[in-house]
Design a protein around this ligand. Sequence first.
Ligand code: S3P
Length: 459
Amino acid sequence: MGSGKPAHSALEERAAAASTRDGIAATGMTSWTAGPGRPLRGTLDIPGDKSVSHRAIMLASLADGTSRIDGFLEGEDARATERIFRQLGVSIEVPQAGSRIVHGVGIDGLCPSAAALDCGNAGTAMRLLAGLLAGQTFDSLLVGDASLSKRPMHRVTVPLSRMGARIDTGDGGVPPLQVRGGRPLQGIEYTADIASAQVKSALLLAGLFAKGTTTVIEPQPTRDYTERMLAAFDWPITFSPGRASVPGGHRLRATDVHVPADFSSAAFFIVAATLVPGSELRLRRVGMNPRRTGLLHVLRLMGADLTVETSQEQGGEPVADLVVRHAPLQGIEVPVEHVADMIDEFPALFIAAACARGVTRVRGAAELRVKESDRIATVAAGLRNLGIRVDEAPDGARIHGGRLQGGRIDSHGDHRVAMAFAVAAQCARDVVLIDDVANVATSFPGFVELGQAAGFGLT
Ligand code: S3P
């Protein structure tokens, strides 16, 4: 951990002045005041991977026997999945924070829940559960928060209906999802038109309960945690980048899961240490699944100083320590082939681009428009508030690097947008007030404390 005290008091004074100037209340529970801190230094342990935590609860619940999960993300999204499986009759113990002992009920052992299953903010939970629950003998109702209730679900319900599932959506294909059980499912070969690990995983999970084989072919390979974890739980899956097949009618065998640190959470510190002069951070045991680390390639093309050390395998997933030192960045055309491998990292990349020399162009990233917020629009609006020129396109943007001013940002309840602007503030001339940040707890509990310890000006 870095030493020295975070530079809070100066920041707090400037925040108070900015609050008065802008006629707003001082920061409350759901706002942050962020501004330049000190160089970021030390060794950080980033919380567990969200995608892996969701899947670990799901597969351990359906397995025969008891599985232990370590490194479990104590974030609201993963906990929503955990709560749902408890509602479905699974006993899950919490021996300590970050660990779970899941007493699997077997592939056909889930029980109906009279109450709705609340996925909160978690798109991964809802989409994967749509597939998993379509194969049950009972009906289920999946609901979500205001943001999730606007997100498209046809991308899973339409191919699942081709397998024989019946899932009713709200108008326009949004949640809630009424999943009808007791319908025989049939394996299909599905050629997806969007690169989405959630869509792929929904179909593979439905495929566990289907007759025959379910195959998903992707336009670009996406994160393969469902595939790797099904193999670890002994399901006879075959997969290669961009293609996965599961036969139905087998059983899962309990196993222990070690969840690596979440690369997408690490990304905020990778970008911050790159941008703030004098920084050097070590991020320990970060998940390095190649379908997640596109940001490393892109930042290196921009001139970043990133070293991967002590690479090893942990529970079938590559992990490594990342050492990040400050380096000046140059704007680039982001290669489209990296987009799927960094789909959650664009808010952080946009901030890097705003601080780079010249223009950075992003294309082929229309999926950003249907994340927890429209991430092209929300980040572009925020950067403009800080004096940066951004030209939006339907599938990306051109970001003109410059000097960030202070200002006020609306995160639109999007955890990654909030954290990206906390990073931006470390390079801004003046204080940045960031509103609507409560959802950071969905993916990165303790972000403020960890950021402060590393040197962020953030309260
Ligand atoms: C996820 C897949 C991605 C990603 C999300 C988590 C997953 O979504 O953005 O944060 O765990 O499968 P899409 O499948 O919609 O691209």
